[in-house]
Design a protein around this ligand. Sequence first.
Ligand SMILES: [Zn+2]
Length: 117
Amino acid sequence: MHEMSYAIRLVNMALSAAKDNNLDNVDSVSVEIGQMTGVLPHLLIEAYTSASKGTILEGSTLDITTANVTALCNDCNITYEPNASNNYCCPKCRSLNSKIIRGRDVSLISITDYEEI
Ligand SMILES: [Zn+2]
């Protein structure tokens, strides 16, 4: 399952963030899923639930937000959302010479422990 590899990475990222912040319990973990990953939120939650078993993340809530794909045009330096309506090219200079700067990964946004609630 595609989602499992992301879930394992998320668990590792959240565990090291918890360690860095001296948290010994975690209530919720916020993550951002880029559209390009093709990750389905409900499958990620299932995978996360099993990947976090036996760790301090067990039983924590996974809060998921979806990130649109954002590209940076290498020719004129603007950022835009590539999609079918602009043929995936830069709306300003029509260049296809761009790089994806957001939306192609699953990233950890924050973790919350019980005390903060
Ligand atoms: Zn451009």
